[in-house]
Design a protein around this ligand. Structure first.
Ligand code: COA
Length: 319
């Protein structure tokens, strides 16, 4: 039988051997990690360069399209189709690469929208059902102005960091800031009271839609993020696409209902502006602003869905 110290010494030697092996494995791991990082950086940089050049090429083709003969037009069309395919390939490639534009900031932006939506929902419910004072309405409208102003600033940062937020969604928040500002200056009176409840009810509905949007958009964000770290989650690009379509199909009826409510607000305000007692300029300006919001939101949403459908079809054809 072995003496106690000798047993410990043997155990120590075994551990020592295992440790040597571990050190070797870790060394290999660090080398591979460095290789991986270099490959990721090389791919990301090449994709960025290619994208920039494709953009320039697309712009040049667009410019010479007007002066070209039918054969040249055909050639331009062909190159444009290939550029589009290439962009889709880059999107798939990027799904396997670490994201450059800090998911954290986008995540924080979505959370900011969520918290403010909760506050705005409570504010709208309180103003609609409990507090019938002009001063509380003003506080609510002031909060809206501040919220939309902050969104525009945060979105500019996101765009600088590579977000694909479309032009209208950013302008939409400038227009909403303007709308809430005009609401803030609308003096109390018969006209204001005739529109107040409709506006507050619309605000409640909009906050509810914003909840659904949060669920959808943060879901897309987390799934895209997981695609970037796919070794942790068994998630595929097709899986992401199918989740996105399910989310979108659920969300779209609510969005379109909201857009038509904006149109209804515009019509109500146009009618009020023709009322014999209407003296405030705000009524007509707000009617135009709601109409602009309806057109922008509705047409851009249709365009987004159409683009997504086309992209889906292109991918199905490739399979
Ligand atoms: N506000 C802010 N950002 C938006 C946005 C919006 N309304 N719509 C899209 N984006 C962002 C996305 O988060 C994404 O950002 P990323 O590149 O940082 O990931 C980028 O723009 C591209 O998004 P895209 O793939 O084109 O659309 P999506 O699938 O994320 O969202 C909709 C599609 C239709 C759900 C979305 O555009 C939407 O909710 N639109 C309706 C808004 C509206 O009408 N509101 C009023 C309701 S009454």
């Amino acid at each position: 039988m072995l003496l106690q110290p000798e047993r410990y010494q043997r155990e120590w030697r075994e551990l020592e051997e295992e440790f040597q092996q571990l050190q070797e494995t870790h060394k290999v791991y660090r080398q591979k990690l460095e290789e991986l990082n270099n490959l990721q950086a090389a791919c990301s940089s090449s994709i960025r360069k290619q994208k920039r050049k494709l953009k320039d090429l697309k712009y040049s083709l667009q410019r010479c399209k007007h002066k070209s003969s039918p054969e040249e037009s055909d050639l331009i069309q062909q190159i444009n189709t290939q550029i589009k395919d290439r962009q889709n390939i880059f999107f798939d490639m990027e799904a396997y690469l670490p994201k450059r534009n800090g998911f954290a900031y986008k995540d924080e932006y979505e959370k900011f929208k969520l918290y403010l939506t909760i506050i705005l929902l409570l504010g709208a419910v309180a103003c609609r059902f409990i507090l019938h004072y002009r001063v509380t309405d003003e506080v609510f409208n002031f909060l809206l102005v501040w919220y939309y102003c902050t969104l525009t600033i945060r979105e500019s940062i996101l765009i600088n960091n590579g977000s694909r937020i479309k032009g209208w969604w950013v302008s939409h928040h400038y227009v909403s800031t303007f709308l809430s500002g005009v609401m803030l200056t609308w003096p109390d009176g018969l006209m204001y009271q005739m529109f107040r409840n409709q506006f507050l009810a619309f605000s409640i509905f909009q906050s509810c839609v914003q909840f659904l949007q949060y669920y959808y958009q943060s879901g897309c964000l987390y799934r895209l993020c997981a695609l970037g770290k796919r070794n942790h989650l068994d998630l595929t690009v097709e899986g992401f696409q199918s989740w996105m379509w399910r989310g979108l199909t659920f969300l779209l009826p609510f969005l379109f209902f909201g857009h038509f409510w904006q149109l209804y607000n515009a019509i109500t305000l146009f009618e009020l502006s023709r009322h014999t007692e209407c003296k405030e300029w705000q009524v007509f300006v707000l009617a135009l602003t709601f109409l602009l919001l309806f057109l922008g939101n509705f047409l851009t949403t249709l365009k987004v869905v159409h683009t997504k459908l086309q992209k889906n079809e292109d991918e199905m054809k490739k399979l």
